[in-house]
Design a protein. Sequence first.
Length: 241
Amino acid sequence: MTGYVDLHCHYVPGVDDGVRNVEESLGVLTGLAGLGWTTVVATPHIRTAMFENRAAPLREHFAAFEAAVAGRPGLPTLGLSAEHYCDDVFWDLFLRGEVLPYPGGHAALVEFHYEAWPRHIERRFFDMQMRGVRPVIAHPERYAGLAKSTDPLRPMLDGGALALLDLMSLVGRYGDRARRVAERMLDEGYYDAACTDTHRPEDVGHVARALLRLDALVGVDEARALLASNPAEILAGTYDP
């Protein structure tokens, strides 16, 4: 299949824990294109005290990368957003218009600390949506608070936030707990889209195996919705669960 839309990938060289150079970036992008992705959005980390990125410099890095690979055959359509760590710095940046939502501006990728939810998160997400930006929660299956039940996530999803599956969780890339939670949440129907979260060219092999696992768990039609139509609609601002 083809037409997949990746909402979470770390292919901008040298800005976070993703690829280190253009050659690795091309390895990721050509590998994903070969698996069916026609659009891949870069989501470098914005996380205080770990990845001190900001929107303007990231746009410059992305533009330089686009120029470096211009005219290369076989690449997917490229876009830029960010993976925003939910802390007070992020909220301040958001209110000042200094974050990087997805292309089109209708949604933004957010992540949490793995062991604790941010305070007042439902209120923050409400404020985001009142400003026209829908929160997309990165890899919820990897958060300790969901190990036994999806209940802690439900108020956020009921309030309009979206859940983004990291495909590599399905093949144990992040351990058995994340795999079990991902399978449970798929069975419960809580995921709105699926992404690759690739950081290195060698991740592409894990993604390929995860695609087969996704088909086995939810069927080809539902897998295509998670990989293609749903993420495309999230970018367009038309997605309605």
